[in-house]
Design a binder for this molecule. Structure first.
Ligand SMILES: [Zn+2]
Length: 239
């Protein structure tokens, strides 16, 4: 009979249950998840050493300007998926994002979870936010939308590009150590990746630690940071 040291069994047990912990998320998007949502953008072409940072849930009066400053230091561009309600509250910050040459995208008017609402309500949330954001880029809050909602959105607004991601920083997870958040992203990134961070208070500790370090270290490794361009940009401040 093989002897298994007790500490190994314990570690194994913990590893098994860690799947159910709220900080367990897949850093890199698996291929099967991409297949479930055809027609969505999960990553960008891999031919150049380019990365696509995205920031969800803003604009925020102090956190968004912090990010803009970090990006500017590295001559980096990014994409901000904004909540319509926050654009109403902080129009000047929203204007600053655009003036600095970044892209903006729609993240619904009130950050709603597609799984919890009817399709028509979901579409009208996106349409309401569009009156302020004017972008054909869209990212579903929580990454959750029904396949029927995706189909209806594409039918009604065929120009919409639904942008998902290839790397999740997990910066919203309160008990994830900032250093670990940084290392996870650094370990997993590769060319063409779309990376998710948040310009929100919940994510601040991890995002404010990880983003400046990633910009520094990955720039040194020869990566460039670009925004995701919307084919039909309608905002007058977007070029
Ligand atoms: Zn969000």
């Amino acid at each position: 009979m093989t002897f298994i040291p007790p500490h190994y069994l314990k570690a194994k047990k913990n590893a098994m249950f860690s799947f159910f912990r709220k900080d367990h998320f897949l850093v890199k998007t698996p291929w099967w998840l991409k297949k479930l949502f055809p027609g969505c953008l999960w990553d960008m072409p891999k031919k150049d050493k380019t990365l696509y940072l995205t920031f969800d849930d803003g604009p925020h009066p102090t956190i968004t300007p912090f990010i803009l400053e970090q990006l500017q230091k590295h001559n980096a561009k990014a994409t901000f998926f904004c909540i319509g309600d926050n654009v109403i509250k902080y129009p000047e910050v929203f204007r600053q994002i655009l003036a600095a040459g970044h892209s903006v995208g729609n993240h619904t008017q009130h950050h709603i979870n597609g799984w919890k609402v009817e399709d028509d309500q979901y579409i009208s949330e996106i349409e309401e936010a569009d009156t302020y954001i004017l972008s054909s880029l869209f990212r579903p809050p929580y990454g959750r939308m029904k396949r029927t909602q995706l189909r209806k959105l594409k039918e009604k607004h065929p120009e919409t590009k639904v942008v998902m991601w290839n790397v999740l920083a997990g910066d919203w997870v309160q008990d994830l150590h900032p250093e670990k958040c940084f290392r996870r992203v650094k370990k997993h990134v590769s060319r063409g990746d779309i990376i998710v961070f948040h310009d929100s208070e919940k994510a601040w500790d991890r995002m404010s630690y990880a983003v400046p370090l990633l910009l520094d270290e990955l720039s040194q490794k020869g990566y460039r940071f670009e925004r995701i361009k919307s084919e039909k940009t309608r905002h007058p401040l977007v070029h």
